[in-house]
Design a protein around this ligand. Structure first.
Ligand SMILES: *Cc1c(COP(=O)(O)O)cnc(C)c1O
Ligand code: SF4
Length: 344
């Protein structure tokens, strides 16, 4: 078993070992070795061999709990396909670039991105608990973006100086990857800015590492004066098993607004049936479908692309089958526009 502890090692030689929180332990034990993933899922070992090169530039990373929701022996499992490094990623496709949504030009300063009126997005950390192969930030230069605790103070002063900002979005990477003390301090500092009313958290962690929804985290979200909205990221109903259900139930007790954003992905959720099941499952858990994003054309992800007209047809089918509030907005990110573009 691989036991890489690079991200959360927390031991000193003279002191007794610090007891790690369960979620940190789970993250340390996440799967990073293609061969191990293949063994666990009873897949042909040659798949691991093919993964090797693609995983050098953007490594495999997937928590064991997420793997346990995959079907053994199925190389086309919709959860597996989201995390499996494939040789095709290394083939250049025209139009698929390193910064597809124009974030480089939108960077205001230390870790802050503002593209839209009233909302700014703070990159809390570059790390994630899972590496999604279609991620539009897979090539984002986090190291230079100021996405680190050291820059939070200047980000907070920048928000303080701009009265037009009423909502701060914590993003990343995954903002719930940082620990509770840091998060508490950051949220406290943001809440001290009178013109900020809302805090939004964009995170995939409740889905891929549900043990992260700790009592302490719930306490922080419950006690801030800001109105909190958590936007999770799930693409398929099979991601939302009962363990995720329980953590969402806890979150729901303190967070008044829970939303989901999904990405429309070829071979994963590009059928009406799959999207209907996702919406139904989200509603079971008290989460409203918010956006269904068309893929951002990031280099290496062209295999996941679903044409816009297919997306529009899928949304029409959903409208005929589901209550209006269960139908997500189909959206695309166009660099330089004042909002995301709604396509259906
Ligand atoms: C998507 C996004 C937002 C949020 O947009 P909403 O339409 O309010 O959900 C804010 N800032 C950036 C940079 C974004 O990409
Ligand atoms: S969790 Fe979000 S930011 Fe992280 S790799 Fe997946 S899509 Fe990208």
């Amino acid at each position: 078993m691989e036991t890489s502890t690079a991200q959360v090692i927390d031991r000193t030689t003279s002191e007794p070992p610090v007891v790690r929180e369960a979620w940190k332990q789970e993250l340390a034990e996440a799967i990073r070795d293609p061969a191990e993933l293949c063994t666990l899922l009873k897949l042909d070992p040659s798949i691991a061999h093919h993964m090797h090169r693609a995983s050098q530039s953007f490594p495999l990373l997937v928590p064991r709990g997420f793997v346990s929701r995959m079907q053994q022996g199925d190389p086309n499992d919709p959860l597996l396909l989201q995390v499996l490094p494939r040789p095709e990623e290394l083939i250049d496709t025209p139009g698929f670039v390193s910064d597809p949504v124009g974030e480089q030009v939108a960077r205001r300063g230390t870790g802050l991105i503002q593209k839209y009126h009233g909302r700014c997005l703070l990159l809390v950390t570059g790390g994630c608990a899972v590496h999604c192969r279609y991620c539009f930030r897979r090539e984002f230069p986090y190291a230079e973006s100021g996405a680190s605790p050291a820059s939070f103070a200047s980000a907070v002063s920048e928000i303080r100086a701009d009265q037009s900002i009423t909502e701060v979005i914590l993003s990343g990477g995954d903002p719930l990857l940082v620990d509770d003390q840091l998060l508490e301090k950051l949220i406290h500092d943001i809440a001290s800015i009178p013109h900020v009313r809302r805090l939004r958290i964009h995170t995939r962690i409740p889905v891929v590492l549900p043990s992260r929804i700790t009592k302490q985290l719930l306490h922080i979200l419950h006690t801030t004066r800001l109105t909190v909205c958590v936007v999770i990221h799930s693409n398929h109903a099979a991601e939302l098993d009962c363990v995720v259900g329980e953590s969402m139930q806890r979150l729901r007790q303190v967070v008044p607004l829970l939303l989901n954003q999904a990405v429309l992905l070829q071979g994963i959720n590009d059928t009406a049936e799959s999207l209907i099941q996702l919406s139904e499952r989200l509603l079971d858990l008290g989460i409203s479908p918010y956006y269904l994003h068309l893929l951002d054309p990031v280099r290496g992800a062209s295999d996941f692309d679903v044409p816009e007209h297919v997306g529009v047809q899928l949304i029409e089918k959903l409208r005929n089958r589901l209550p209006g509030y269960a139908v997500p907005r189909l959206a695309r990110e166009n660099p330089g526009t004042p909002s995301k573009t709604w396509l259906a």
